[in-house]
Design a protein around this ligand. Sequence first.
Ligand code: GLA
Length: 374
Amino acid sequence: MDTLAADFADRFGSDPDGIWAAPGRVNLIGEHTDYNDGFVLPIALPHLTRAAVALRPDGRIRLASLQAPDGFDGAAPTPGSVPGWSRYVAGVGWAFGEAGHRVPGLDVLIDSNVPVGAGLSSSAALECSVALALSDGLGLALSRAELAHLAQRAENDFAGVPTGLLDQTASLGCTAEHALFLDVRSGAVEQVPFDVRRNGLALLVINTLAHHDLADGQYAARRKSCEEAARRLGVPFLRDATLDDLGRLDGELLQRARHIVTENQRVLDVVDLLHQGAVAGIGPLLTASHASLRDDYEVSCAELDAAVDAALRAGALGARMTGGGFGGSAIALVPVGSVSLVEDAVADAFSKKGFRAPECFTVEAGPGAHRQHV
Ligand code: GLA
């Protein structure tokens, strides 16, 4: 028996209906474009959140985790009423109910190795593992896109975090050895081959362990600036703006809009290169994305900049922050033979600047959310 199923039985007194798993993600490129109706290109991490789940008939909801001491035990939780990690799980049950799919009651035990607070979407992994479990358990057979929207609803309207659709779509929709190209406007997704190993490369994730408390307000502020810039340009979203339009903006709005317009183009260029099998060729675009996020969008931080600079100096073909920014993780595309060199260079740069030692690991594109056989 899977040890998680055994732990579930120990804790709740009966077997789970099943175990569902969902990964964290790194976004290769397309940052802060999702809420501008634009393009994103994430891969799924090999790191998984596993949820052992059983439906129960009495309306009670019990949530527990093998990693976190806190949890939840109650009924009919409402937005804002659930603290900590549990709100992402309770929020999914709530979002299903809001969409007309009543969840009778629920026991959930979580086991996750997705790094928390690292910008690698541990919250989306929680949401998506449970969303898939509920869809299967209630016999709803919802599509991955429908599940992503329900999970996003949980995050936005229950947990109160105003994020876009990137993380949930990645966790649910990615496939191994591919990056997922999502056009947020149309909802169209395409699996684009991304096999670093076959190209003699590695994708290094550098978790800076930095977290800046400013971040939450800053994310919402960036969204507002984008809406304001689109309003001034008379377009529905910055997705619809062109480089020529930018001349009609100035100051901060010009910077924010320039990032979005150029970043959408970089995503399209990376997708083209990957289709041509030119994986190493995407390096400069990753680095350009970082410069744009640092200088125009202003969502980087000293640790992320140090990681990117050190990686590039030590031979990375490209490097950038990934995710929302203000801390979290950077990625670097590195020739396989240079991985330890780059890791050492980053560690050295961090130590010289007095930053906490970062955590580095290489990843390959893994599968999206799935039911596990136990
Ligand atoms: C966070 C959000 C995503 C996306 C990224 C930036 O990860 O959850 O929706 O906006 O930031 O690309």
